[in-house]
Ligand binder design. Structure first.
Ligand code: COA
Length: 264
């Protein structure tokens, strides 16, 4: 039995979080949930990390919640069952709100909670063999804690179809729904993920954190409130040391310090 999670540092500025339970298609139980949550918590405050790749070892990205573990819940009191679901929700929330860009490397199955993990990635790159789906209804359960993240990502129309049919769908269909952002041949998956990471490393770390927050929140605020907030944010960012440095570097035709810090 391997450890359920590996944390790698493949190059300066980049952390690679690998779900490592390939014999169970990286299904997550309480141990893996705790490891993922604490790992993202640590990475969020690690200034040396500029981008995070979330990957799964073996044939599948992630087969969702470990059904043997979930089935055991039948013997728990409702309160305990609820606490458990809250722990799972916290794992997704940590990844979703992580101030660093998160890139999903998706191969094989990404089902149930596995599709939920895809939804909380900022950029999801899928191999042509990827098969996604919110299959919970076929097990008599529901895509509960992943629903806010999936609905925000693909919208109500796609979510109603996917949540109800429980069908598995191809990477191409996931691309059309906006669940993933690129589909490439299996052999090109790592190169495409690297290309996305290269692009991310050109961005300012504070600019990333604030831009992610903007993307997560702005579509949900009334326009007047959104503009009020956005004007305050851009005013602050323009005057910030990072903003000043980035604009000066552009005008002086040189690279800002954050690109040098993460250059390999
Ligand atoms: N929870 C617990 N165990 C799981 C699992 C899950 N979500 N998904 C797969 N496994 C286990 C299988 O039971 C099997 O265990 P075994 O070797 O002890 O028999 C092992 O992982 C390999 O699975 P298998 O189905 O043989 O592999 P596959 O490559 O042919 O298919 C999947 C992979 C992911 C497509 C398939 O296992 C599957 O459909 N899993 C269920 C996914 C799902 O519905 N998730 C939603 C959870 S809410």
């Amino acid at each position: 039995m391997t450890a359920p999670l590996r944390l790698e540092r493949p190059r300066p500025g980049v952390a690679r979080v690998v779900l490592d339970r390939p014999e169970l298609r990286n299904a997550f139980d309480d141990v893996l949930i705790a490891r993922l949550t604490e790992t993202f918590e640590a990475l969020a405050s690690d200034a040396s990390v500029r981008a995070i790749v979330l990957a799964g070892e073996g044939k599948a990205f992630c087969a969702g919640a470990d059904l043997s573990w979930m089935k055991r819940m039948v013997s728990c009191r409702l309160e305990e069952n609820r606490r458990d679901a809250a722990t799972l929700a916290e794992m997704f929330r940590r990844i979703d709100t992580c101030p660093k860009p998160v890139v999903g490397r998706i191969q094989g199955a990404a089902l149930g909670g596995g599709a939920g993990l895809v939804a909380v990635c900022d950029v999801a790159v899928a191999a042509e063999d990827a098969l996604l789906g919110t299959t919970e209804v076929r097990l008599g359960i529901v895509p509960g804690v992943i629903s806010p993240f999936v609905v925000r990502k693909i919208g109500e129309s796609h979510a109603r179809r996917r949540f109800l049919t429980g069908e598995r769908f191809s990477a191409g269909e996931a691309l059309r729904a906006g669940l993933v952002h690129a589909v490439v041949p299996v052999a090109e998956l790592d190169a495409e993920v690297d290309r996305v990471v290269d692009a991310l490393l050109l961005g300012g770390p504070e600019a990333h954190a604030v831009s992610k927050e903007l993307a997560r929140r702005m579509g949900r605020l009334p326009l007047d409130e959104a503009l009020e907030e956005a004007t305050g944010i851009i005013a602050t960012r323009r005057a910030s040391a990072e903003g000043q440095e980035g604009m000066r570097a552009f005008l002086e035709r040189r690279s800002p310090s954050w690109t040098a810090r993460s250059a390999s």
